[in-house]
Design a binder for this molecule. Sequence first.
Ligand SMILES: [Zn+2]
Length: 364
Amino acid sequence: MSQDLSRYHRQMLIPGFGEEGQRKLLGSKVLVLGCGALGTVIANLLARAGVGHLVVVDRDFIELTNLQRQVLFDEQDVTDAIPKAEAARRKIAKINSQVKVTAVIDDVNHTNIEKLAEGCDAIVDGVDNFETRFLANDCAVKHGLPYIYGGAVGTVGMTYAILPHTERGDSPWEQAGAATPCLRCIFEQAPPPGMNPTCETAGVLSPAVSIISSYEVNETLKVLTGNWSAVCPTMLSIDIWANTVKQFKVKRAYDVGECACCKKRNFEHLAGLLSSATTTLCGRNAVQLSQPKDAAAPKLDFEELAQRLRAHGPVTASKFMLRADIKDNGAEYELTLFTDGRAIVKGTKEPNTAKSIYAKYVGA
Ligand SMILES: [Zn+2]
């Protein structure tokens, strides 16, 4: 079946692209991890470019403070309390109906990332924490998938396209001599919590996010069209306030290092050895609680729970989630429960406070 490509005319004029490149994009599947500041730009541009299938994963819902930089969302989404992944799917359907979007409302963790990446041609990073990035890096190296890292906070952003060394060394990018160090070759381990500036403490300027995520898309388009030699081999750091652009030559990190991931093929993050069950959310006075994925565990009964929680304050429920305002010992919390058993407790940054609120009002 021949598809009408006329809407992509302007990008097909780019050298190295052409009709062949466009057809490769239409036949590609990309995993977009996170649909916040970076992820909305990534999903938006990849959909407009005609990448055939996007798997968009995000655990969160849309808030008013997101709209300053999360370009796929609007005020109605905030009013309707739509999860980000689902809102992205709806918007993209209006932008480019040729693109299939699989919206996944879930936390990305070691139990599901390999399934999410199944059949994908690349993983693109729109997350806000290094734990998930190392997980994505493990998954990319293990399965021989390009992984495009990106992050931005304050006025500074970094990005780097990883074309991993594979077990058999027979990937097209290795044959083209374009393989790169992986994320763990460069950063041995995640910086400890509290050592990193977050969007909440340092703020974030939207152009920093747009530039970095656009750059990630740029490298992804090269990857998907097989333009291996055009992929940037350096790690890029941009400070849009200080007007500085730095390129870090990282190639030697693989040559001289003893990387646990891409050299020893020891996937500790994927094995769940380094994961945590609670996460303080970047840019939010909130903690996420993950429940172990146990098929035998009973599903939460939202109706019953809504009735019970109404005694403590207003409750809203949809097919995606239940949200309750709770006054507890003079403090106010907003409790959001998702159908997959996750919970976000807003009003605290303390994992233990969040756990006790959950235990008290939902149950252990
Ligand atoms: Zn490595």
